[in-house]
Every structure is written in C-alpha cells, then in structure tokens.
Write a protein that binds this ligand. Sequence first.
Ligand code: ASP
Ligand code: MG
Length: 450
Amino acid sequence: MNALTVAKFGGTSVADYAAMSKCASVIKGNESTRLVVISACSGVTNLLVELANGVSSLEKQKALLTRLQEIHFSILASLPENEAVNTAVNDILDTVATFAAAAAKAPSDKITDSLVACGELMSTHIFTHLLNQQGLDAVRFDVRDALKTDDVHGKASPDLIETAYQAQTLLRPLCEEKVVVTQGFIGSDNKGNTTTLGRGGSDYSAALLAEAVQATTLEIWTDVPGIYSTDPRIAPAAAPIDEISFSEASEMANFGAKILHPSTLVPAMRQEIPVFVGSSKAPEKGGTWIRRDAEHSPLFRALALRCNQTMVTLTSLNMFHAYGFLAEVFNILAKHKVSVDLITTSEVSVSLTLDQTNTSGGAPKLPEAAELELSKLCKVTVEQDMCLVALIGNEMGESRGAAAQIFGALGEYNLRMICYGASNHNLCFLTNTAESKDVVRTLHKELFEK
Ligand code: ASP
Ligand code: MG
C-alpha cells in the first residue's frame, strides 16, 4: 500500500445520520482513505463532562442519560440490521450510568476520562455500521490498543515509541485489508486505564495515528471549508486560505483559530505529512492545504482570537538587576505543572498568561498552591476576562512599517501584554473581552480588506 490517508471527522460531522452519510461519501471518494478517526457525536462530550463533574440530583442524571440515548438511537433508527450495534451502545450507556453515579459521590480525573471516552466509543460503533451498510468493508478498532499515553488524566501525553510500535503491528496491517474506524480523543496508559488528550483532542489523535502508521496525507473534516483569514462570524469579509505553511498554521492553531487542536500539527510536521482541512458537509467547496512550505508567504496571513485568558502579573523589587529571579518563578510554575503561554517583562515585573487545554474547559486557573508559593517571592495579581488576539504572518519582525500599520489601526483600544518579535510569524496582545471582536474586525479591515 503506497498512499494512505487518515481522515478525521469532528463532532458536527458525525452529529446525525445525514451528517454521517456525508462523511461516508467523502471516504468513498478517496480510495486511499484507510484509517478513519472520529469524534463523539456533537454535544455528547459536553453531556458526559457534566455527568463526570458530579450530578447529585438523580432526576438530572437521568435526564442527561436520556439525552445521550436519544442522540445515538436517533441515528441507529435510520440504520437497518442494527441489533448488535444497539446492544453495544446500550452496554456503553450502562457504563456511563455507573461512572456517573460514582462521579456524583466522588468525581475524579480518572473517572472523568473513562466517562468522557464513552462518546467516541459509541460514535465509532454507529459509524462503522453505517459504512458497512453503505457498502464499504469497514471494521472498528479500539484505539486504546494503539494510542498509548502517560497517566495524566484529562491531558495525557502520547508515548510515541509505544504508539508507533502498536500502530505498525496492529493498525497498519488492518488498514491494508479494510477501512478502519477508530476513536479520536482517547488512549490508554501502560496499565490499560483510559486516558484523554484534552478537549478537542481528536485532531491530535488523528495526527498522532497518521504519524504512527506513516500515512501520506491527513485530512481533518470539520464544519467549515478550511482556514479563513479570521473567523467569518466575527468578520464576514474573512477570506478562505488555499495553502498555508506548517509554521503559520501552527501559530494559528495555538492562538485560538478553533479549527485545529493546537498540538495537531506537531506530528504532521515531524513526518512532513500534508494536512487538508475541509468541510464534510460541503466537500465541493474545497479547503486549506497545510504543508511544510506554502507557495506564497504574505506579510499578514490571518487573525486569531482566543478568549478566557488568565493573566498573572508578578511584581517584586528583588527582580531589579538580580539574577535567578525568573528561574525561581518558573521553577515554581513547573513544579505545579502550570504551562505558560505569553510572557512580557519589565525590570521589576513579569506578566504571563496560562495555557488552557484541559478537559474541563473554561479560563485556566493558577493553582492555589502555586499562588501561595509565588506570593512568598513577589506580589501576585491575577486578572481574567481577557482575550488574546494573534496576528499571523511572515517576516513581520523584519518588515519596516508593519508595526505602525498594525498599531495605528488600533489607536483607540487598550492593548496589553504586546508580544512582538520573538517569532517572525506572530504578534499577539490581550484586550478586554468586551472589545475583543471589535479589535479583530478593525484590524482585519486594515490588513486584509484594503
Ligand atoms: N469529543 C471530544 C471533545 O468534544 C474530542 C473532539 O471532539 O475532538 O472535546
Ligand atoms: Mg472537535
């Protein structure tokens, strides 16, 4: 087998029978598609997270379970010969009920992972059956046998060597025979416990699997026809991008263009696997190719917005002309597993924002223990209700007049934590949430609509 495409379909792509059928057409349209990675049906992971957080009211628990049942059985109702799948889905729903009861007593990250994994476990049963009904020779594969991770529940990291080994031994040979359908988002640690890669992690799973089976192309099918110069819901004049480089696209993914999970491109870049992003609902609209090098490298490529930012400012006179202060700060953050995103510094203070990718979502929190320890060293101020605007492009740091054009257009706004120059591919800053969309619109107009 030479060409091997891994195709990933997100939650909205497998939301219902009609959406799933569109995915089946996409798969049928490309003979090289042998590995299909899918998310839970739209909305399912949210319901499961709610149960995992612990629902004490039995009535509420039951209502959530009923909702889950409805979503899956409304798809199954359209599929003939569904007895075996019905049973499989019912069994998983029983598991959900058991874990939900356990979580109501004492929620834990471990229970959460086992519970939220059920979404993908159900959707893959249904989708495999649908493909078989539509004439494809498809088989379901439990990804926990191949995608091996550490045991950090809620945001596990892949064990690349073990995953490559299992994928080569178990998965690749299966792909030679059939279309293999497997779960995104989930994996298992070396004890066999279920883990997850963080919310939206199916893209990352697909990329990791593409790397592990040595695929030639990775397709990410979602509900938008590719990557745009910014979110068209914010700026309707946003334009689609045909081709973009790995470096630019990873900056975009990282800075909140919600199209791709931020880690997705890492495995693709390691193996130089071209990535296509398109809409399973309208494949004819085309999409965006992400490759090592794009043919065109414009100064300004796109604008991304990421809200729910937590900004931490640390101030201390001890920082003044001292050495080792920042090392100490970062040691404390590392000890408490706090991942830092942006940083700006002055002589006596440093501001940083926190990364957010854990399963429970929301604005990231500075752990209390970390705050306490930092407070012994310096004054700690935590601010929320802020959004990060990222401008992605090429050679921005080396271009005369770029800064004037960008900041000139934003004269009336209050911008904070401006980070410019570390990467030639991005410039970012924070704004308050209320103004953030206006800031994006204004900047998009200035840089992309003239
Ligand atoms: N189902 C998971 C989520 O909703 C993973 C994914 O869709 O990528 O976060
Ligand atoms: Mg998703």
